[in-house]
Design a protein around this ligand. Structure first.
Ligand SMILES: *Cc1c(COP(=O)(O)O)cnc(C)c1O
Length: 390
């Protein structure tokens, strides 16, 4: 079996996602002095684009790190050792938030949710009501849990806080740009994201925005920090600089990918992702596969699928990659042998979805699962033809 080289593969994984050739070319530009007026101009454009995506008036810090670094930056700048916080995990990334908080000695209580489901706003509301002394300093939420394919309802979760002063700290790494997030209107206090998912840029940059309340809390935070000192980052960024040498090629690419997101329009991006999610989820159901995430909470940026009995998922992924050049993801953590995942965010359209689904059907057939590919492709016919002609 001839292997398809990675340059010709389609990344149908939940990050890194495909990057447009315009953005890739931008990344190949010569380096510049990051203490120059050219750099300042670029940073100003990027920050203004990010503010639109975060839907905030607050500054958005640009950090050279991955998404996890942005999560860590939220924790170490908002909290002090011993602070009580309420974590609401529903998968591996929610658990990661807890690990970071614990590494810095936060006192973490966990509000459990069943895997495959979102966090129940009523449950959060009730737990906060019981906290009569209002000891919780922060609530940790994963907007889109990439390990289970679940999207939480951020708006409802944030309003479930009522008058409780806890800061709403959100990991929106795998949703921002693809699914609506109104930071200011929904009163989110800290939002973390990264360059390599729905923002369609290479990995290497991460972003954090804080509300006024969060900047206030940052003043008394005593957790140790140096590289991720956000008040320092804000100071530099207000002058169009970063404290340390930034990942310039990623910034060049991000500038281009943000322009294309602005050209498409945020609302169009949201409806495109919603349409793609509905399409692939309906289609895989018709194929005879069982989706993992509860229908009420299904992600708009990736789909999680239960591994059919008797199918070797390692083999499935290998065959998809070697025969068709399609890269899909396996399960993570406790779901490693239970599910596989298909990402559909950023620069991925219906054509890629259609090709992925027909290849998946053929591969499953070869592996002994009776996939109904013909039925699975039906939802695509009308809609994909329209998108291709468009
Ligand atoms: C991808 C992702 C992250 C960040 O992962 P990095 O590898 O550190 O960029 C964090 N949270 C969620 C929900 C993610 O999907």
């Amino acid at each position: 079996m001839k292997k398809i080289p990675w340059q010709d593969q389609i990344l149908m994984i939940p990050g890194p996602t495909p990057v447009s050739s315009q953005a890739l070319l931008a990344a190949a530009q010569p380096m510049m002095n990051h203490r120059s007026s050219d750099f300042k101009k670029m940073m100003e454009e990027i920050e203004s684009g990010l503010k639109q995506v975060f839907q905030t008036q607050s500054s958005v810090m640009v950090l050279t790190t991955s998404g996890t670094g942005a999560m860590e930056a939220c924790i170490v700048n908002l909290l002090s050792p011993g602070d009580k916080i309420l974590a609401c995990p529903n998968g591996v990334f929610g658990e990661r938030f807890i690990k970071i908080a614990k590494a810095y000695q936060a006192n973490v209580e966990i509000l459990e949710s069943p895997l495959g489901q979102g966090v129940d706003p009523e449950k959060l509301k009730n737990r906060l009501k019981e906290d009569s002394k209002q000891e919780f300093k922060a609530i940790l939420i994963t907007h889109n849990e990439t390990s289970t394919g679940v999207e939480n309802n951020l708006k409802l979760l944030s309003s479930a806080r009522g008058n409780h002063p806890a800061l709403m700290v959100v990991d929106s790494v795998s949703a921002l740009g693809a699914s609506e997030l109104k930071m200011d209107e929904w009163k989110l206090d800290a939002v973390a994201s990264a360059s390599q998912k729905a923002l369609m840029a290479p990995p290497g940059l991460a972003f954090v925005a804080f509300s006024e309340r969060a900047w206030e809390a940052a003043k008394s935070s005593k957790m140790p920090k140096f590289y991720f000192d956000l008040p320092m980052a804000r100071e530099f960024q207000s002058k169009g600089e970063t404290p340390f040498t930034p990942a310039l090629p990623v910034l060049y690419a991000l500038q281009v990918s943000l322009r294309s997101l602005m050209d498409e329009g945020l609302d169009s991006s949201f409806s495109r992702h919603k349409r793609m999610a509905e399409l692939i989820q309906t289609s895989l159901g018709k194929m005879g596969l069982k989706l993992f995430a509860h229908p009420e909470y299904r992600s708009k940026t990736l789909t999680t699928i239960e591994i059919p009995a008797g199918v070797d998922v390692k083999k499935l992924r290998e065959m998809m990659r070697n025969q068709y050049g399609i890269v899909i993801a396996g399960g993570q953590g406790s779901l490693t042998d239970k599910i596989f995942r298909i990402g559909h965010m950023g620069c991925v359209g219906e054509k890629e979805l259609l090709y992925t689904i027909s290849s998946l059907g053929k591969t499953l057939q070869e592996l002994g699962f009776n996939a109904n590919t013909q039925e699975a492709l039906k939802p695509f016919e009308a809609s994909s033809l329209a998108s291709i002609h468009h």
